[in-house]
Design a binder for this molecule. Sequence first.
Ligand code: SAH
Ligand code: SF4
Ligand code: F3S
Length: 438
Amino acid sequence: MSKSFYIETFGCQMNAHDSEKVVGTLESQGYVQTQVEDEAGLILYNTCSIRDKAEQKVFHRLNEYKRLQGEGKKFAVIGCVAQQEGERIFDKAPYVSIVAGSASYRNLPAMLARLERGDSRITGLDDKQTTETFETPFVARTNQHRGYITIIEGCDKFCAYCVVPYTRGNERSRSAASVLEEARRMADAGYTEIQLLGQNVNSYRDPSRQKTFAELLHAVATLPGIRRVRFTTSHPRDFTRDIVDVIDATPSLCDHVHLPVQSGSSDVLRKMDREYTRDWYLERIAWIKSAQRDISITSDIIVGFPGETDADLEQTATLLDEVGYDAIFAFKYSPRPNTPAISMADSLSDEVKSARLKVLLDRQREIQRVNYDRHRDQVMELMIESHNTQRNQVVGRSTQNKTVNFTTSQPILPAIGSYQTVRITQAFPNSLLGEAVL
Ligand code: SAH
Ligand code: SF4
Ligand code: F3S
């Protein structure tokens, strides 16, 4: 078997970062990454099972590429579908050799050794309920300027619709000291932006009881060399006022909170087992809005949860207006295996769910039109992400996580990862246009 591998990643930022750990681990075992599936000896899919569509993607991919099995290529299915489906994957796709959930990546070297010996049906599924976090000794980060650190794994909240507690196991945090050590190493290596990750990042509980989540934010954000710190995803249940205070007090903490509400109806929230009401959520929003900084707020929404009425949907629509989000990620409810909601009648048709989704997205677009327009004539600092040579523009990101395309009269374009001040000249519902301030 050739020691080249190809990896494709689906799902959330945690999965994206897990793949960086998997790549680092494979490289430490002498494997070399290729961007071409046909050239790889080992093909890995790091999978997501949050909605049915996401899960189906991996089986489509496997079907597309199973012809390569004849050439001696091996397949590994890792991540959330692997943990959820377990050995059933071998029955569905017998050419798969490894099935491993995220809590077992530290055992990958042993799994690879078995693969090289010719074993098949190798699993890493048993340690889902571990108390350990799963940082690996090797991480191959794909971006040299902005990097992820997972500070808390898993989820104990068990919302009625969600697979994550079953695919990622129970909640467990890394010690503040180990997070800070990794952040310091990244700063030394030239990283200026750090994104702290967790399914519920603000449910962080330092096992060594040294720091609260807000104190950890402050400590990472004040490391020499670190100019920006983001954190995602925050859960309303654990959103405390000191998070707003620490953003106000720490310039390098970004002006952005992603605080998914899921629904604006307290009835639906109760059925979802979210453990908060509309008013309770709006109180947290009021804290964020009372900050001195202009903190951007974004959210996730599920439409068409079992029993959702038109009146419930209207409650979500009015909540969008009330909060004035800068972005929402809205999804049609998808019934998922193992979850409590699977036994509730999924009574709304796909047409109804699509129509409701459209109502919300149309409403949100108008909100963003107004929100983004407020930035006209403002001067802001961007981190440069890419160059759009066709349009002769540079693409950067603001502290509020907004995309800004801008022009510059400088003969040499600002480098990727550098910072540039721009003045905003035009606003669209999803991006801004500007010119460099030289
Ligand atoms: N821990 C975060 C969310 C993580 S999952 C939180 O609680 O806010 C990311 C998003 O996927 C969720 O916010 C939700 O909007 C969506 N999602 C999760 N399960 C879903 C399902 N069964 N159907 C549709 N969307 C779902
Ligand atoms: Fe899923 Fe709820 Fe946990 Fe978020 S808090 S990951 S939606 S179970
Ligand atoms: Fe998907 Fe697993 Fe993330 S289900 S959203 S990859 S935690």
